[in-house]
Ligand binder design. Structure first.
Ligand SMILES: [Zn+2]
Ligand SMILES: [Zn+2]
Length: 104
């Protein structure tokens, strides 16, 4: 799938739209790796997309400020945050590796 000048990505979905006069348009969609929303692929539209290197995928402009995957965003909403807060909060996880705890 053609997203920009250089990037290609596998399609995530397919649209099949019929307007009121019966004309059918179809095309491919790409999915935001943060909010999981689908967007129509518009080759040559000039629209800017974000790219999250942590999630290794394209993100829509509203999701480009912070890396908050959908599961984390839903947990944030369940914790009582507003949508704006939930789209920006991701807890810091510090892995402890190579630490030996004393026995007993
Ligand atoms: Zn998004
Ligand atoms: Zn991300």
């Amino acid at each position: 799938m053609y997203i920009g000048k250089r990037e290609y990505q596998k399609e995530n979905g397919y649209t099949f739209l019929t307007d009121l006069e019966g004309r059918v348009t179809n095309g491919c969609t790409w999915m935001c790796v943060h909010c999981n929303a689908h967007h129509n692929v518009e080759p040559g539209s000039g629209k800017l997309r974000g790219y999250c290197t942590r999630c290794d995928g394209f993100v829509c402009p509203g999701c480009a400020d912070a890396c908050v995957p959908l599961e984390q965003m839903l947990e944030n909403l369940e914790a009582g945050m507003t949508l704006d807060q939930a789209m920006r909060y991701r807890p810091v996880v510090v892995p402890f590796t190579g630490v030996k705890l004393p026995k007993g």
